[in-house]
Design a protein around this ligand. Structure first.
Ligand SMILES: [Zn+2]
Length: 466
């Protein structure tokens, strides 16, 4: 038997690895969720899975939580609806911060819509008295008596079960090896000799661009307004071939968007569509937008509708809610008007909050001096549509896009591209920035006109900083 150890070991190794993987997959996520309500208010309920709380290798606490919404909301990525968002968060009990590792969206209980691994993990401070504070306290408090025992025994059962399987498999394997040794069968199954799988490559310590490791298809998830990652015939794939499904003119232009696909119906039936002519705003003291914009690596794509730049590690907060900056892109001329006035260009900075809500910050541009950040983007324009350019040694600081004066107009609207999803919080900065005629002309070579026409405001309330 000893003479067969080489072959035997590799076979064993393989089995061993499979079972270790199986064992790992059982812990701790599938120990059976025990949802505990942390907060219930009109419209939503927040729960935590007590059984999921565990320490990771760095000693931080990882826990699964979820938000259950009373009414489903539209998922801008799939144009479908979801009502439950599960988030796997890592909590630093000492520094009172947390970051989200993964989100899972469900249409309803058990009806999975999509999963989202967050390559960019943003450390969020926990605010006293807010919901995340409650979650932190729940996660960081030591488990008490019977509950802890129950959780531990549940885990122990799973471990025993998996260990039993491992033992059984090993025994079977041993018997097989013994039999083989006794029969003096020639060594075979060379192909089975495989190394244990390498641990998955981690992005830890890498520059905070989400997208570098992602294939273009998944990356289009972060794509514009049309953050539709699901490649359907005639959609992004079509644009990859140079024939975008929806356009800014002709038969597939804005007037016909709603007829191109059932999911685009809101483009014509919606009552809170964007862009609008911003006028007659209520002049009040608006809360200042808190910008936490940090330099980050970036990548540029021409997605067939606009030039888009994806970044990581930046966010804004407003009214106690944090929105992560996903990407920014451009329209020429500006889509929004202010008192009837159109601008030469606009940058839309698309942010998304934990619960899926979208906030778009608009920075208007008028002809003037060259803009250094835009120049960096133009310098890195891809040669082909839907190809990504990720400069390895360059970073951009999105804060450079912002004007000095951060007063703004705000109203509720929609994405300005199909599927024209509503419920988007618009923040339009009042002070325009400058862009050179040459820079404007470069964008014009790619997109002469990529602005959706004005939409009726239907008496929506507009507020503005006074
Ligand atoms: Zn836009």
């Amino acid at each position: 038997m000893m003479s067969f150890t080489t072959d035997g070991t590799s076979g064993m190794h393989r089995y061993f690895w499979r079972l270790v993987t199986l064992l790992a997959s059982l812990l701790p996520a599938t120990t059976g969720a025990t949802w505990q309500v942390i907060s219930a208010e009109p419209g939503k309920r927040v729960e935590i899975d007590r059984a999921s709380v565990r320490k990771d290798e760095s000693g931080k606490s990882v826990a699964l939580g979820r938000i259950i919404l009373e009414k489903p909301i539209v998922d801008p990525k799939t144009s479908s609806y979801y009502r439950i968002v599960e988030a796997l968060n890592r909590y630093d009990c000492a520094s009172r911060s947390y970051s989200t590792l993964k989100r899972t969206y469900y249409k309803s209980e058990g009806d999975l819509l999509r999963e989202e691994d967050l390559k960019v993990q943003i450390e969020m401070p926990v605010r006293t008295g807010m919901l995340d504070d409650k979650l932190l306290r729940e996660v960081c408090r030591p488990k008490s008596g019977p509950e802890a025992v129950a959780a531990a025994s549940k885990i122990a059962d799973k471990v025993n079960q998996a260990a039993g399987e491992l033992r059984k498999a090993n025994e079977a394997l041993l018997q097989k090896e013994v039999k083989r040794a006794n029969l003096q069968t020639p060594v075979m199954e060379k192909a089975e000799t495989e190394a244990p799988p390498a641990p998955p490559a981690r992005l830890i310590g890498h520059p905070p661009v989400a997208s570098t490791a992602r294939p273009p298809a998944a990356a289009s998830a972060r794509s514009h307004a049309a953050r539709s990652p699901t490649i359907k015939p005639g959609d992004s794939v079509a644009s990859a071939r140079g024939t975008p499904y929806w356009t800014y003119e002709g038969d597939s232009g804005p007037d016909n968007w709603s007829k191109l696909k059932p999911e685009y119906a809101t483009c014509s039936s919606g009552k809170r569509q964007s862009p609008i002519d911003i006028r007659d705003g209520l002049r009040v003291d608006l809360e200042a937008i808190q910008f936490v914009y940090r330099p980050s690596q970036f990548r540029v794509v021409d997605n067939g509708h606009t030039v888009q730049v994806e970044v990581g590690g930046s966010r804004i907060s407003l009214l106690g809610k944090a929105y992560e900056l996903l990407q920014f892109h451009f329209h020429r001329p500006s889509e929004e008007r202010v008192n009837g006035k159109s601008f030469d260009m606009v940058a839309h900075l698309v942010h998304q909050a934990e619960d899926g809500r979208i906030a778009v910050l608009a920075v208007l541009f008028e002809k003037g001096l060259e803009n250094p950040l835009i120049q960096t983007v133009w310098n890195n324009l891809p040669l082909e549509k839907n190809d990504y350019v990720t400069p390895p040694d360059l970073s951009i600081d999105v804060a450079q896009l912002l004007p000095e004066n951060r007063s703004y107009y705000t109203y509720m609207g929609s994405l300005t591209t199909p599927p024209c999803t509503e419920g988007v919080l618009w923040l339009v900065l009042k002070q325009p920035q400058q862009i050179s005629a040459e820079q404007l002309a470069i964008f014009g070579r790619l997109y002469r006109q990529n602005a959706r026409p004005l939409q009726p405001s239907f008496g929506r309330i507009i507020k503005e900083s006074r």
